[in-house]
Design a protein around this ligand. Structure first.
Ligand SMILES: Cc1ncc(C[n+]2csc(CCOP(=O)(O)OP(=O)(O)O)c2C)c(N)n1
Length: 611
């Protein structure tokens, strides 16, 4: 019987000696590697936090003490140690365990996330609640150096000195976001890490202080030393200015040191930041060598590692096209918020390093920075996943649209995204972009149309958004009709399906399954909609099916249904996603669940037609 078989909740872990913890960590690492190789998921972040997870659950009594994982993509070890080992094989599958924290899964999942940099704010709120109820529990946000680049994290740090209950911020510093981390905070952390002699001293101090009952007091005295000495002794002055006592850097793979450092942090009487150095991908050589590639993976063979992707996805088509365009136009800039490879910009970054800007996990900064570029006559292409663009809603309105600036938003992973689940679907972008004046919004049907829209976007005016889904790219046809007009892909008898983006392909697949001839209209420019053209093209049909991979509220279907109902001579059937959070699972299964697969669409048409 292995160690993990004997740990069904964190209390079981605390029955072991500290000297046994490395063995538990090693079993946990192997378990994560085996399971993720079968299910896919976030690998490198989880391999890097194994020892930290064991130490945290050893020192703190969850769930009374609150461990709050930022993003939650590194919390697989936490899931396994908190009673979910048996269900781990269902990770990220439909109706299985979520890849992130879920309050409904376990009382140990204190706060849900998926988007980064929320943990310190949430911890402060939780500490308020604890204090109000006269609790004295530890509140422990665990945040990565990447997540620390976001405005939200800084807003919370600015307030952290006010924490009411004992707050211990654990900084999991692996020098990586998904790509190498960027910016001044990252540079500051490198300087802190490079205090070699200090590290040894501090190392010894942490170890020896932890052995003595007076350790906490002695440490406090050390940290209250006069400022010159303090600068020398405490490289984490940066955090001290935020009213936090700094401990570190501590080797995040040495469990004994971690336990000692956490114990010291517990004894301090003010908010603490514990700086832990970890190695992303630790223990699996492929992942350790290429943590970027192994950040999130599909199923793979442990022996050979992840296979390079053979097919192009829409993000790659975007990246290739923008790189080509940048050769011809020297004013094109690409702006990303920590998602260089995810948004297909790797070759752009290599070819045009001086026109590639990665601002870190800072979507608001990315959008407003692009707005600034546009005022100076540059042509910024801001590339962001749909779900993360939600962070920059006000910047879209206030900084881009209000000034009618020519910023081109390239919105990746629009629509259902699959295994990442409720925090990640890009299903709200049609609704929120529809609300904003001045924006022209395109949702191309395929790779060729994406290329065309990108190329034509260069000469457009005002704010432009182009959105495309996650997954393999394909081309349905090459057409040259003006982009601002809807494209009649095929005419039919009674029923016309009006749709956009990847649902055009789904409509064509539905057509292939039926004898009846369906009309299919590709909207592609979904804002402003050419309503007169839509009405004209729909005139000959009795039944209009509006097919949209987004909720009805605020979507294209809502405005089109109103338009058709006002005309009064059509039967209209809108097919939409529900106004709900879409759980995790494989994309096609989720679309099917919501009747947005070819068979589901035909069934719906049939049902609506029955008298
Ligand atoms: C608001 C937001 N933007 C982008 C992402 C995508 N993302 C997920 S994890 C990650 C890197 C986080 O880096 P860090 O906090 O250092 O954790 P690590 O993965 O290195 O353990 C990014 C950019 C996100 N989750 N949330």
């Amino acid at each position: 019987m292995g160690y993990l078989d004997r740990i069904n909740e964190p209390g079981d872990l605390r029955r072991f000696q500290v000297s046994e913890l490395p063995l538990i960590a090693s079993e946990l690492r192997e378990f994560i590697l085996q399971e993720v190789s079968r299910t896919g998921g976030h690998l490198a972040p989880n391999l890097g936090t194994v020892e930290l997870t064991v130490a945290l659950h050893y020192v703190f009594k969850s769930p009374e003490d609150k461990i709050i994982w930022d993003v939650g993509h590194q919390a697989y070890g936490h899931k396994i140690l908190t009673g979910r080992r048996d269900r781990f094989k269902t990770l990220r599958q439909i109706d299985g365990l979520s890849g992130f924290l879920k309050r409904s899964e376990s009382p140990h999942d204190i706060f849900e996330a998926g988007h980064s940099s929320t943990s310190i704010s949430a911890a402060l709120g939780i500490a308020y609640g604890d204090h109000y109820k006269n609790g004295r529990h530890y509140v422990v946000p665990v945040i990565g150096d990447g997540a620390l680049t976001a405005g939200m994290a800084f807003e919370a740090l600015n307030f952290a000195g006010e924490a009411k209950s004992p707050l211990i911020i654990v900084l999991n510093d692996n020098e990586m976001s998904i790509s190498p981390n960027v910016g001044s905070v990252s540079n500051t952390l490198s300087r802190v890490r490079s205090f070699k002699s200090y590290n040894r001293l501090k190392h010894a101090t942490v170890a020896s202080l932890s052995k003595s009952r007076l350790g906490g007091v002695a440490y406090r005295t050390l940290s209250k030393a006069k400022s010159g000495l303090k600068e020398l002794m405490i490289p984490g002055m940066f955090f001290e200015h935020f009213g936090l006592s700094y401990i570190g850097p501590v080797d995040g793979h040495d469990i004994k040191d971690l336990v000692s450092a956490l114990e010291i942090a517990k004894r301090m009487d003010k908010p603490v930041l514990l700086h832990v150095r970890t190695i992303k991908g630790k223990g699996y050589p492929y992942a350790q060598l290429n943590p970027n590639l192994y950040h999130g993976v599909g199923p793979f063979d442990i022996k050979y590692g992840v296979k390079p992707r053979e097919t192009l996805d829409f993000s790659a088509v975007f990246g290739q096209t923008l790189t080509e365009m940048a050769r011809d136009h020297e004013d094109i800039f690409a702006v990303t918020a920590a998602m260089c490879s995810g948004t297909g910009l790797k070759s752009f970054a290599e070819a045009f390093g001086d026109r590639f800007v990665d601002v870190g996990i800072a979507e608001q900064n990315a959008v407003t920075l692009a707005a600034g570029m546009a005022t100076g006559g540059l042509k910024p292409y801001v590339t962001i996943y749909s779900t993360f663009l939600q962070r920059a809603f006000d910047q879209l309105i206030h900084d881009v649209a209000l000034q009618n600036l020519h910023v081109v938003l390239c919105i990746h992973r629009s629509g259902i995204v699959g295994e990442d689940g409720e925090t990640h679907p890009g299903i709200f972008d049609t609704g929120y972009l529809n609300l904003i004046p001045n924006f022209t919004v395109f949702a191309p049907k395929d790779a060729a149309e994406l290329r065309r829209v990108l190329k034509e976007s260069y000469a457009m005016e005002g704010p432009v958004a182009i959105k495309y889904p996650r997954g393999g790219a394909y081309t349905l046809n090459e057409d040259q009709t003006p982009l601002s007009e809807p494209e009649l892909i095929k005419s039919g008898d009674e029923t016309l399906i009006i749709t956009y983006s990847r649902m055009v392909k789904t409509a064509l697949e539905a057509q292939a399954l039926t004898e009846e001839s369906l009309g299919i209209l590709n909207l592609r420019q979904i804002k402003p909609l050419d309503q007169a053209a839509v009405l004209r093209l729909a005139e000959a049909y009795d039944h209009i099916v509006l097919l949209e991979e987004a909720p009805y509220q605020g979507g294209v279907n809502q405005s089109l249904e109103t338009l058709f109902l006002r005309q009064g001579h059509h039967k209209v059937t809108p097919i939409n996603l529900p106004q709900a959070f879409i759980p995790h699972g494989e994309t096609d299964s989720l679309l099917k669940r919501h009747g947005m697969d070819p068979e589901g669409i035909l069934k719906r048409i049939d049902r609506e037609r029955r008298p």
